[in-house]
Design a protein around this ligand. Sequence first.
Ligand code: HSE
Length: 435
Amino acid sequence: MLTTVGLLGFGNVGSGVAKLIKTEGGLIADKLGWPLKLAKCLVRDLNAARGFEPEPGLLTTDPSEVVGNPEVQVVCELIGGVEPAKTLILRALEAGQHVVTANKALLATHGLEIFRKASEVNRDVMFEAAVAGAIPVIRTLKEGLTANRIQALYGILNGTTNHIITRMSKDALTFAEALAEAQAAGFAEADPTADVEGHDAAHKLVLLSALAYGVLPKLDDIHVEGITKLDPIDFAFAAEFGYVIKLLATASLHNGQGPLEVRLHPTMLPAGHLLSGVNGVMNAITIRGHASGDIFLSGPGAGMMPTASSVVGDIIEVARTHQSLESSLRPPILGWRKLKSDSVMPMSEALLGYYLRLTVLDRPGVLSAISGILGAHNISIAQVIQRGQNNLTGWVDLVMLTHKALEKDLQKALVATRELEAVREARLIRVEESL
Ligand code: HSE
């Protein structure tokens, strides 16, 4: 027996997949019971330089030599983006091929169509590499923790932003400085928008929510906020209060009951929490199951071999499931027999603590005016810091931590606060106490 694999795309990850299949062929055969064989690889340019040179004759520029080729049982889509990846995946499923993909953007936006097609034709779509690189979080949710009601899930799901945040926090770099440094070191793309604005992590969060709760939320329903507005001074104040700031993805049942709350934004976490110690390009996820308790997973979220580790793991799993057992009742792709259509809770109903940094004129009555506005909106202040004075401009930073408050009350209070003549700027970072 043999499992044949075709690659769509032969960049960094594709090279890693080819290398792993070739160099670990014996190990894989020992575990699976038969070998994997790389059959064809779709590339854009036959003559481009590659991280790993495949055997002669494997490269092609014709998609139909992979998709729909009866010599290829499992198609690995590593092109990224929506098109042509979506069309090729749907065609592969129609042709009876199984699909392994690392494409979070595609699955988060067109996942339902792809998963439905896969169920219809009784084929698999595996995507461990789409979320947090080498970390086996998809399998953990789908299999290991399947007996649990997932109460909450918190993740650091983007290595680029975590690297930038770590430099801002530890070395007081500005966002622009830390980004330029990350780009020079190859940790950030030339166009960093998808990472720094939170889109990449939001795609991963959508997929994790589907696995944990059986609801594939619409991206537009999720509050997504990146890291571009963070300032080194906020990391310093956060440390004074005993917190660190992370770009945190959250999916949880509001008040432990519901509705489902899904959001991604810079968040202050208690400095002692395991997630707070996850620095640099590392990713991590905490999953709270009602029976399991808190599970913490951490590891590389990107890179050639870490991502290839998950892709090849999926290929082996597909081979194991389908070739040893052709079943008409395959395990559903997201681990749920029926996806629910519940919408997620609006951000306005979130109940969180808030860190507020207001740039204010240092004169009598300002603190009382601000606290009056907060009080009138049911927001209770837990701590206040004001450091020094600025004799030249008169503007100083007034920093507050609030007790838990409703997002909609907080937003209204911020509008009123910004209208005060003595307030130049008002920024907020949400505080996660329930970790
Ligand atoms: N660009 C992502 C990151 C990896 O920085 O974590 C791929 O999703």
